[in-house]
Design a protein around this ligand. Structure first.
Ligand code: ATR
Length: 294
């Protein structure tokens, strides 16, 4: 990977991009972003910043004082950083979290590209989301980001979750903004769950069930899947989760979490630089990393 490391290209005019998180060691964003910077021959560099909760305000101010052009935001700062920004995109404001910040002439603008990235990944497969019936497994931060973008296109959304409180909160939240059919079901309401799945076009897993090291776990029974269902798991480690393996077996069209990861990064990159990145290259970098760290 030495040929991808851009430090030899940095000079006095290089523009800085980065990611704030704690921990930040495991992020794949620097690899993806530096690869596309180099691919396009841009004078940028993307670096990781380990920022604790305590230092978040100062670190955010430093985006302005150090003239950093843009940053991604990851765990645990996606919600708390919003209070330090000058402006937040309308949908990110509804979602209540941001994962990307752009420094526009010292004005910090927040956006949430997680939901947009998931939508783009699905649409890149050729699926038309208009008027679709979608099931989201989970009701956490990722589910919320995805649901708020999806709800702008589809006509029915069902949130399936383990805890009733989180499920109901997300359902109520969505109903406040969108005039489409919005339902909530718990994982142990098997009859309702089966019926909802039978009628659905698309299933998106946003829970961590099946994520390494618990790779044999699947959030939903294989009997509940049907061949017309498009199944997207946003978990990307492992690449081929148990859910996707089961869906393949049933004959469903499937999409791995790598696509959302790539697309959320690509949207941020284009927003910062005005250039369209090579998403195939981004995907190749992620896949190489995942295969080397199995
Ligand atoms: P993220 O930001 O990645 O969405 P999160 O906000 O912690 O993370 O949300 C994780 C989601 O995965 C939640 O919906 C959680 O369900 P609960 O609301 O019941 O906690 C779901 N989840 C995690 N582990 C789960 C498990 N073993 N079974 C079912 N759902 C699980």
């Amino acid at each position: 990977m030495a040929d991808l490391f851009p430090s030899m290209m940095i000079n006095g005019s290089s523009k800085v991009l980065g990611i704030f998180g704690d921990p930040v060691e495991h992020t794949l964003s620097p690899k993806m972003q530096n690869a596309i910077i180099q691919d396009l021959g841009l004078n940028y560099v993307y670096v990781p910043f380990q920022v604790t909760e305590l230092n978040l305000e100062k670190a955010t101010q430093a985006i302005r004082s150090l003239n950093i052009r843009g940053v991604n935001i990851t765990i645990p700062h996606k919600v708390s950083i919003m209070q330090f920004l000058d402006d937040v995109d309308e949908t990110a404001l509804k979602i209540g979290s941001v994962n990307t910040i752009k420094n526009e002439n010292n004005k910090l603008i927040g956006r949430n590209t997680d939901g947009e990235g998931c939508l783009q990944a699905i649409e890149d497969t050729g699926m038309n989301l208009n008027n679709k019936n979608v099931i989201i497994l989970g009701a956490g931060g990722a589910a919320k980001a995805i649901a708020f973008y999806l709800a702008q296109k589809i006509n029915k959304i069902t949130i399936i979750n383990r805890s009733p409180t989180k499920m109901q909160t997300l359902v109520n939240n969505l109903r406040n903004y969108y005039d489409i059919q919005i339902n909530g079901i718990l994982f142990d309401q098997k009859n309702e769950l089966k019926k909802a799945l039978d009628e659905a076009d698309l299933l998106i897993n946003t829970t961590s069930v099946g994520m390494s090291p618990n790779i044999e776990k699947c959030p939903i029974e294989i009997e509940f899947l049907h061949p017309e269902l498009f199944v997207n798991d946003i978990v990307y480690n492992p690449l081929h989760t148990q859910l996707l393996q089961n869906a393949d077996q049933i004959g469903c069209k499937t999409l791995s979490g790598v696509e959302m990861l790539v697309n959320q990064g690509a949207i941020g990159f284009e927003w910062w630089t005005g250039k369209k990145p090579n998403k195939k290259l981004m995907k190749k970098i992620v896949l190489q990393h995942l295969l080397n760290h199995k």
